[in-house]
Design a protein around this ligand. Structure first.
Ligand SMILES: *Cc1c(COP(=O)(O)O)cnc(C)c1O
Length: 491
């Protein structure tokens, strides 16, 4: 398998694409073909999550040996997850939820970030890069902790996370500053998220500093969601979900299944499209947005336009106006034509807008855009709780609402699975506001206890662990001192 950039350059192997992250031309790496699913559908229910992950990924990551890939998978999906199933399916009324929040940080980012560190360190060895990997991440909350959890104590790596002081929730901050692992460091920056991100980019692009790093035996890498090493692992749970739906008798092998995905950067739903392209009988892909509904408008009109107000919502991980992974779909919709894609991305960078032509639109009609307002989110959470006692988080609620809307309007007759991306415990304030509006206490642990009583699901370890955990990271720095902070950590 060869990976090339969506803007035309590069022709490298999977492990090299994982090491590189982003192409030098600014494009994203794409495999030059989508492999066919190598297991008959009727046999899917027999396979464990780990076995499914191997069978799905092996043809994408074909320069890893069977032993290497199986090792990486075994280290990723182990007791860090609070259930053997890794990604269990829950039924509530006529809706099915694939719960991707049973990992160490109780959000779906764990699905890929548990595996990426192992894929990266293996890629280093394979390509004879004799350096220690340094991961630098700027976070607005979720990604930081998931990356820390993934890389903590992974040999041959160090990870430094910058977050905006006062710009993340108290649970998120606590999760990060209590991180164990000798190779981790967390720093609060006196600035906002954009300052953190710009600061990290500056360090990445400082050639003098990079040379110094190289001399001392380090090299930078990135864990962000455009890395092939995050995209490909996500294909696995769609195939696994299909197998589980066959196993519980909801569908028969061969039936079409729709998926509804709460979407931000377009990585999760793109993985579903890959699964469909591999031959998994997926009908429609419902792309669910919150009030930042750039994608809804795009699927409706063919125009992508980020020139609009940014709305802070109760589903913060979907508050995004530029969905980076959409570039891969644009590239595919143009018949893998890098020139067409590059032109559109140039327009996006210069004007914040582009429009695709009719044939490209035709090529992506598997996608259906829908969105939910914040009131609809609260109502959806309350409704599911009142009818079925099932408690979902605000991101998942965006999708649950979109799923209903889609079913009313399109009537495909297919069953559908909603991708559940975070534990309700991670967004306790909003969830309690929906299901128990009289509860006024805002202490994180009191809220967790209340949620436990109402949802009848125990407080996850990720929450109880941090209650009394010692604060291990107390460093704060000014924006101008971020690079110094990296140097002190490494040298
Ligand atoms: C990251 C995230 C999303 C959005 O996923 P994308 O792959 O960026 O589209 C949705 N929900 C939660 C809870 C997330 O953390």
């Amino acid at each position: 398998m060869i990976y090339t950039s969506t803007r035309g350059s590069d022709a490298i192997t999977a492990s090299q694409a994982i090491l590189k992250g982003l192409s030098d031309d600014g494009g994203l790496f794409m495999p030059n073909k989508i492999p066919a699913l190598s297991i008959p559908l009727s046999r899917l229910p027999e396979f464990s999550y780990q076995e499914t992950a191997y069978l799905v990924m092996k043809d994408y990551l074909d320069d890893y040996t069977e032993e290497e890939l199986k090792n990486c998978i075994a280290k990723a999906y182990d007791e860090k997850f609070d259930t053997k199933e890794i990604a269990p399916l829950t039924e509530a009324g006529d809706q099915y939820f694939l719960e991707l929040f049973h990992g160490p940080t109780i959000a779906f980012k764990d699905m890929a970030l548990s595996l990426l560190p192992h894929l990266l360190t293996t890629a280093m060895k394979k390509n004879h890069v004799n350096k220690e990997i340094v991961i630098l991440t700027a976070t607005s909350g979720d990604t930081g902790k998931a990356a820390l959890a993934g890389f903590s104590d992974v040999e041959g790596t160090r990870i430094l996370v910058f977050y905006p002081k006062g710009g993340v929730s108290s649970i998120q901050e606590r999760q990060m500053v209590t991180t164990k692992g000798a190779n981790t460091k967390v720093v609060a920056v006196h600035g906002n998220f954009d300052d953190c991100q710009t600061g990290v980019k500056k360090i990445f692009n400082n050639d003098t500093f990079k040379a110094e790093l190289d001399e001392k035996g380090f090299c930078f890498s990135s864990a962000n969601s455009i890395n092939v090493g995050r995209l490909i692992p996500q294909v696995a749970y769609y195939v696994y979900a299909y197998g589980q739906m066959v196993r519980n008798g909801a569908i028969t092998a061969g039936d079409r299944l729709d998926f509804t995905v709460p979407t931000g950067n377009f990585g999760n739903i793109l993985a579903a499209y890959f699964a469909k392209s591999m031959g998994l009988p997926i009908g429609r892909l419902i792309c669910a947005s919150n009030d930042n509904k750039v994608l809804f408008d795009f699927f409706k009109t063919g125009v992508y336009d980020r020139n609009r107000d940014f709305v802070l919502t109760t589903s913060p991980s979907m508050d995004i106006l530029i969905s980076s992974n959409l570039e891969r779909l644009i590239y595919l919709s143009a018949g893998s034509d890098a020139d067409t894609n590059a032109k559109l991305m140039k327009q996006l960078a210069e004007t914040g807008r582009y429009e695709i032509n009719d044939s490209m639109r035709e090529n992506i009609r598997d996608f259906y855009g829908a969105y939910a307002t914040q009131d609809q989110v609260l109502k959806t959470i309350a409704d599911l709780y009142e009818k079925y006692g099932y408690v979902i988080d605000p991101h998942t609620a965006v999708a649950a609402y979109a799923d209903r809307q889609f079913k009313e309007q399109e009537r495909t007759g297919n069953k559908s699975v909603i991708i559940s991306t975070a534990s309700p415990y991670k967004f306790g304030g909003t969830v309690l506001h929906a299901i128990d509006p009289d509860f006024r206490c805002t202490d994180d642990f009191e809220m967790a206890k209340r949620l436990e009583m109402l949802s009848k699901r125990s407080i996850p370890k990720a929450v109880s662990d941090i209650r009394n955990a010692p604060i291990l990271h107390k460093e704060e720095c000014d924006i101008s001192d971020m690079q110094k902070s990296v140097a002190t950590f490494l040298f």
